[in-house]
Write a protein that binds this ligand. Structure first.
Ligand code: HEC
Length: 205
């Protein structure tokens, strides 16, 4: 009985010492300071990657749920930065696109110099229906070109979404592949071909 009483009387304060961050009181300045300290020794070339731009700052502040007006302003700002290929057809080689979609290399401290980055699309998307290993953070892209009637303007819209997803989805968690120079124009065209070529495995029934 004494033991039970002691248990009941035991302080439970320790459970309260770590509380989840409160969006109302979280301090962006403290987070910035922690990030700057963490990456203090990183190469100068990495600095743009750990410095938030206006869009990222607003998405962080709103925990990826901006108001409609804020979302509209983000989409407008990001759309203004799109660099679209001059020619109407944005379809490259789907076989190269498939390799890029499957390739998760690049963007790491341990990369050998000259490493060509992939798109790592399968980490977040189903693409070719025959592929059984894929992440589900993003929507399925199986049959994407077929579902868009293989229309050239839909392929251009897909190019824009891969180049900079935030030109369409304000606080997207999909990387801004062209904007952040992860993929080249040719690589994005190859990826778009993987999505839109009628004979691509993505469009297999
Ligand atoms: C980190 C996860 C992630 C990665 C990696 C990623 N995506 Fe996405 N993608 C998303 C999410 C999430 C969405 C849904 C839009 C949103 O709300 O952000 C999306 C949306 C899309 C869309 C638009 C679909 C529609 O509604 O029309 C396309 C096209 C697309 N992704 C293609 C790609 C391609 C191609 C790659 C690889 C080069 C890729 N994604 C890599 C997460 C990702």
């Amino acid at each position: 009985m004494i033991f039970l009483a002691a248990l009941l009387a035991a302080p439970i304060a320790s459970a309260q010492t770590i509380s989840p961050a409160d969006p109302a009181t979280a301090s962006p300045a403290r987070v910035d300071a922690a990030i700057a300290a963490t990456f203090a020794g990183a190469a100068v070339a990495w600095m743009p990657r750990v410095t938030q731009d206006e869009t990222q700052r607003l998405c962080s502040l709103r925990r990826n749920e901006p108001t409609q007006a804020e979302a509209d302003s983000i989409v407008a700002r990001e759309s203004a930065t799109l660099v679209m290929p001059a020619e109407t057809t944005v379809l490259g080689n789907w076989r190269n696109g498939e390799k890029i979609a499957q390739n998760g290399q690049g963007g790491q401290f341990s990369d050998a110099p000259g490493t060509v980055s992939g798109g790592n699309c399968y980490a977040c998307h189903q693409m070719a229906p025959a592929e059984i290993s894929y992440g589900t953070l993003g929507p399925t892209l199986a049959g994407y070109g077929r579902l868009h009637d293989f229309k050239p303007e839909a392929a251009r819209a897909a190019y824009a979404k891969v180049y900079n997803p935030q030109s369409a989805f304000a606080c997207s968690s999909m990387p801004r592949f062209g904007h952040n120079k992860i993929l080249t124009e040719q690589q994005i065209k190859d990826i778009v071909a993987y999505l839109f070529a009628p004979d691509s495995p993505v469009n297999a029934p």
